[in-house]
Design a protein around this ligand. Structure first.
Ligand code: CP
Length: 310
């Protein structure tokens, strides 16, 4: 599953459902009774894997899987397709993270159960986008009509690619793409903005000169694991560090998002600023995965009234 597989209404429905789940945790706690989710993580993860698993447990379901390819038969040479065909016999849905772009698509073609992309290389991270959208919704009451700055590693930052593509589907967003020349946004993502008449973008290098224009500042880590060259990583990793001095130039309502993990790109002193929204994103990630899992493999949420179609 990617967000392109969902209609705009289905995405809004997930946001609505996550808010309901947050307010009715006890009532929804048997929605996935008897269901099993596999989390197949061929790459490290803290938030995504643990929130997929917590979400399933909180809905009454169970989880199997592996955290690290070294523990699976991939080390004996097994293909993704064979692993997925095997695991499809055991579970009701699979969440997969893999270092190769397109791995989730390959998995979904081999699977006989729903497959959820939990991050494929430097390509996409759709369930992180669900967490990001929920955070925008709770901060602004909307996910459109925003000036969204994305800062850091825009080349390899898959969360950035997913977020831009999804915001383009809702429209009316001005993107400010802040990166060094070496880490600019890939052309296929720029093409998506260009194909959306109500969206626009500028590319800049300097954060300070644009921070005052932003409603949202989405900081990202320079993705060390995707660099071919250690020297380039060391040269670029500290290009942007958001601290209180820079934040003092931003509007009072601006929200600072970051998919985490962070390295140096947001100083810890920023955590106490009311504009820091990145730990809200973490909570929203679990709630959105509960909404997703209950929608994909669960029963109806007791008492839940679906969103009216527009
Ligand atoms: N945001 C995110 O994908 O974090 P993890 O790598 O810890 O899962």
């Amino acid at each position: 599953m990617t967000l392109d597989d969902l209609s705009r209404h289905q995405i809004l429905e997930l946001l609505h459902k996550a808010a309901y789940i947050d307010a009715h945790r006890r009532e929804v706690s048997h929605t996935c009774d008897g269901r099993v989710l596999a989390t197949l993580f061929y790459e490290p993860s803290t938030r995504t894997r643990l929130s997929f698993e917590t979400a399933m447990l909180r809905l009454g379901g169970k989880v199997i899987g592996f955290a690290g390819a070294q523990l699976a038969s991939v080390t004996k040479g097994e293909s993704i397709a064979d692993t997925i065909k095997t695991v499809s016999n055991y579970v009701d849905a699979i969440a997969i993270r893999h270092p190769k772009e397109g791995a989730a698509l390959v998995a979904s073609r081999a699977a006989s159960v729903p497959v959820i992309n939990a991050g494929d290389g430097g390509h996409m991270h759709p369930t992180q986008t669900l967490a990001d959208l929920a955070t925008l919704q709770s901060r602004f009451g909307r996910i459109t009509d925003l000036t969204v700055g994305l800062c850091g590693d825009l080349t390899f930052g898959r969360t950035v690619h997913s977020l831009i593509e999804t915001l383009c589907r809702f429209g009316n967003v001005r993107f400010v793409l802040i990166s060094p020349d070496e880490l600019k946004t890939p052309q296929y993502v720029i093409d998506r903005i260009n194909a959306t008449p109500s969206c626009s973008y500028v590319e800049v290098r300097d954060l300070v000169s644009v921070i005052g224009d932003l409603d949202v500042l989405y900081m990202t880590r320079v993705q060390k694991e995707r660099f071919f060259n250690e020297d380039d990583y060391l040269r670029l990793r500290d290009t942007y560090i958001l601290d209180e001095a820079k934040l003092s130039l931003a509007q009072p309502h601006m929200a600072v998002l970051h998919p985490l993990p962070r390295v140096n790109e947001i100083a810890v002193e920023v955590d106490d600023d009311p504009r820091a929204a990145y730990f809200e994103q973490v909570k929203n990630g679990m709630l959105m995965r509960m909404a997703l899992e209950s929608s994909v493999i669960g029963d109806e949420l007791p008492g839940y009234v679906p969103l009216e179609p527009k």
